[in-house]
Design a protein around this ligand. Structure first.
Ligand SMILES: *Cc1c(COP(=O)(O)O)cnc(C)c1O
Length: 431
């Protein structure tokens, strides 16, 4: 059978079913807000409306109840949430924050806004989250916090990393943007650290267009998060805040429209996640028979929610690079309806290790004179910082999104057939 990449017939041309999670509920919620005429009700002053309008406050209460968190603070993105969290944690110039190399860039760049110095630790070869042993090696007397990422939908090693944080007095900021609804030993991702950040952007499990939520069990941190979210500096005198460090605020406020949609989406989260898990189970039953692939490892005690399905790839067994294998599978399969511009949702590796971004390599973040890296003259961001991440990036993993909840068994069968066809005909790709 000739591979589609080499001119053969592809396994499937008809697009996969559209992944759309919004429907009548969200329409009704948006109309309710539009009819009220109040699209946002924040006031950037010490006033009853400093905390936002009714939809925002209801969403926060529902989010906190769902996740079993004492506080939920709505913001306009997870990126804003990470900046809020590092501000609330009291990160200041020259403080070191341990971060991971494999994530959305903001997980590693957020400390820079407060003059903090990101220090990269490597990731686990099988679960892809921060490796506790390497985190321990990277702790110095200047370390103040750790940003852990629940990468691809599974919680970080909370037992080991939280113990290190306790021992050294560090704040754990948990980036749960890819893991809403994931669990570890019965607790939700996003509530495993001191502050946990969720995303509601279009590409995440549930979304409101743009949006984010920060969960915390700490009253003092919750107050500081709410201050940073809404022009802290204009407010702190009126409310009599005691701790003024990092109280230069932003407008990170979520609108009433986004909050109303987010409430409907939260109601759907568990069902959507159950479908993802069922699809992964169905795919894995057959994909695990392909010798060059190893199914993602789930940490003991964890419930994985599969933002992507990341399979380890063995180049020696396949006899060809991951990128070539991925290219061939992609050629067999279509895009998702309504997302044609995103292409077929499969690739080799994941983002380039973040320390290779120009801002780290050239040690220039804020202004052109090297701030804040001038505070850490000895620190270098070179290509070999995190060898495990480098080797995964170089073709040790295939990531795909064919487990999206819109996929039915007949769609998944096409995915399996495409992988199998490429495996069986891989000799056509050599030379
Ligand atoms: C998507 C994502 C973010 C950023 O989320 P936004 O809401 O778009 O700001 C941060 N961290 C991780 C791990 C993400 O996947």
């Amino acid at each position: 059978m000739t591979l589609a990449l080499l001119g053969g017939e592809p396994i499937r041309k008809k697009p996969f079913p559209a992944h759309v999670t919004v429907g009548d509920e969200e329409k009704a919620a948006a109309l309710r807000v539009l009819d009220s005429g109040v699209l946002s009700r924040y006031l950037g002053a010490w006033h009853p409306q400093f905390m936002g309008g009714p939809e925002v406050q209801a969403m926060e209460a529902e989010w906190a109840a769902h996740y079993g968190a004492r506080h939920a603070v709505a913001v306009n993105s997870a990126s804003s949430g990470l900046i809020c969290a590092l501000g609330a944690a009291g990160i200041g110039p020259g403080d070191e924050v341990i971060v991971g190399p494999w994530s959305m860039s903001i997980s590693a760049t957020a400390p820079l806004f407060y003059g903090g110095i990101p220090v990269f630790a490597d990731i686990e070869p099988d679960c892809f989250c921060l490796d506790p042993d390497d985190v321990e090696r990277k702790i110095t007397p200047r370390t103040k916090a750790i940003v852990v990422v629940d990468l691809f939908g599974q919680p970080y090693d909370a037992a080991a990393i939280n113990a290190l944080a306790d021992k050294h007095g560090l704040t754990v900021v948990e980036d749960a943007a890819q893991a809403p609804g994931a669990t570890l030993d019965g607790r939700y991702a996003g509530t495993l650290g001191n502050m946990g950040i969720f995303s509601l952007n279009y590409h995440k499990h549930i979304h409101s267009g743009e949006g984010g939520v920060i969960a915390t069990g700490d009253d003092r941190l919750a107050e500081r998060l709410r201050l940073v979210r809404n022009h802290a500096e204009a407010v702190v005198e009126g409310m009599g805040a005691a701790d003024l460090a990092n109280m230069v605020g932003f407008n990170f406020r979520m609108t009433e429209l986004d909050a109303a949609v987010a409430r409907c989406q939260l109601d759907k989260l568990e069902l959507l996640n159950a479908k993802r898990a069922a699809n992964v189970k169905y795919l894995e039953k057959r994909l695990r028979e392909i010798p060059c692939l190893a199914m993602p490892k789930v940490r003991p005690g964890a419930g994985h929610v599969y933002y992507v399905h990341a399979c380890r790839y063995d180049r020696d067994i396949a006899g060809l690079p991951a990128a070539r294998f991925a290219e061939a599978v992609k050629a067999e399969l279509p895009h998702f309806e309504l997302r044609e511009k995103e292409g077929t949702k499969l690739g080799a590796g994941y983002v380039r290790p973040l320390y290779r971004l120009p801002l780290f390599r050239e040690r220039i973040a804020i202004g052109g004179a090297g701030w804040p890296f001038t505070l850490a003259p000895e620190r270098r961001y070179d290509g070999s910082l995190c060898p495990v991440c480098e080797s995964l990036y170089a073709g040790g993993v295939l990531t795909h999104e064919f487990m999206l909840p819109s996929m039915e068994k007949e769609d998944l069968d096409d995915v399996i057939d495409a992988f199998t066809k490429v495996w069986e005909n891989r000799c056509e790709l050599e030379a």
